[in-house]
Design a protein around this ligand. Structure first.
Ligand SMILES: Cc1cc2nc3c(=O)[nH]c(=O)nc-3n(C[C@H](O)[C@H](O)[C@H](O)COP(=O)(O)O)c2cc1C
Length: 323
């Protein structure tokens, strides 16, 4: 169905605001100070970068703001780009009451005295370059005299709500390794057992290298990889796990505390991680027919096991997986 025809002006105020809100922005606290050096500031999402040479930015201030004259006539102002964990500052600097917005907020004065707030994603200290009247706002154009940026992700404001940038899940590589019909399990911290699994990494290659470290003792060269076995996200969405199936070469050293377990004992083994328990139960069923599937998460509550048709003569190399 085609989109409806756009509504013509004049607009319902709430409609206009909601349509503006479809544009996701960062959130800033714009600050300046009085001649006596008292700090002032307000929350603004109307920030826009303007020019690289000269370095210019803009922010819009409502003409009803109690701080209008300070920003319009002041020597300069600072734009503090809030970090994802600074929603409290966003609320505090937009509050209507007479509360001191700067109470217990650590800051230092910039070139013209504007407060530069601590813990922000970035900070721009500006001198006033130009002020342009635009409807019920003034456009404050600032010339950037100093900047500071941090690796902290910025806070996001969209559709009237604060969110944080979605982080890519960290990657963990794990293994189900068999030898002479038995499966390798490592000693878990809780006195039970666990499957070999890398610490979280930010690339597939790093995860596989870390898995090989977890297997140290068996040694990476002593594993013939067969096929991927499971791909699933942790319940909190912060890590993505790739498990591979492979054969441990005869005579490989086992990592310390490792045991080789017969398939029929796998379903009742003390394994703390529910994902690993599910894989071991499935493995115990599949080993009889030597037909293994690939578990993948699906949109629903239960994932799916896809049949694999990788011939045994073409061993799968985990390094082949491209992120
Ligand atoms: C997320 C968010 C973004 C805002 N953006 C702006 C803005 O760009 N310009 C503005 O004048 N007010 C903006 N406001 C409103 C001001 O923060 C608020 O009205 C102002 O601080 C009122 O206090 P004042 O009269 O002391 O300035 C925003 C508020 C929020 C919560």
């Amino acid at each position: 169905m085609p989109d409806p025809a756009p509504s013509a002006a004049p607009f319902d105020r709430a409609d206009l605001r909601a349509a503006f809100g479809r544009f996701a922005t960062g959130v800033t606290v714009v600050t300046t100070c009085t001649k006596a050096g008292a700090p002032a500031g307000f929350t603004a999402n109307s920030f826009t970068s303007v020019s690289l040479d000269p370095p210019l930015l803009l922010v819009c201030i409502g003409t009803t703001s109690r701080n209008l004259a300070l920003f319009r006539d002041g020597e300069g102002f600072a734009v503090n780009i809030l970090a994802a964990d600074q929603t409290d500052l966003a609320g505090r600097f937009a509050s209507r009451g007479d509360r001191d917005r700067f109470a217990e907020v650590p800051w230092q004065a910039g070139l013209t005295g504007s407060p530069l707030l601590e813990g922000c994603a970035a900070v721009f200290d500006c001198t006033r370059h130009e002020v342009v009247a635009a409807g019920d706002h003034l456009i404050l154009v600032g010339r950037i005299t100093a900047l500071r940026r941090s690796p902290r992700p910025g806070l996001i404001f969209a559709d009237g709500r604060y969110t944080r940038p979605a982080a890519d899940p960290a990657l963990r590589a794990g293994a189900i390794l068999h030898r002479a019909g038995k499966v390798l399990l490592l000693a878990g911290r809780d006195g039970g057992y666990r499957l070999p699994l890398s610490a979280p990494q930010d690339s597939t290659g790093a995860a596989i290298a870390a898995l090989e470290t977890d297997l140290a003792g068996a040694g990476p060269a002593r594993v013939a990889w067969d096929s991927p076995y499971a791909i699933f996200d942790s319940a909190d969405g912060l890590t993505r796990n790739f498990f591979f199936h492979g054969e441990l070469a005869a005579g490989s050293d086992l990592p310390e505390g490792a045991v080789m377990v017969a398939p029929e004992a796998l379903p009742t083994l003390a394994v703390a991680d529910p994902g690993a328990r599910a894989m071991l139960r499935r493995y115990a069923e599949e080993i009889g027919a030597r037909r293994f599937g690939l578990y993948v998460d699906t949109a629903g509550p239960h994932g799916a096991v896809l049949p694999l048709t990788v011939p045994r003569s073409a061993p799968f190399q985990p390094e082949d997986i491209v992120q």
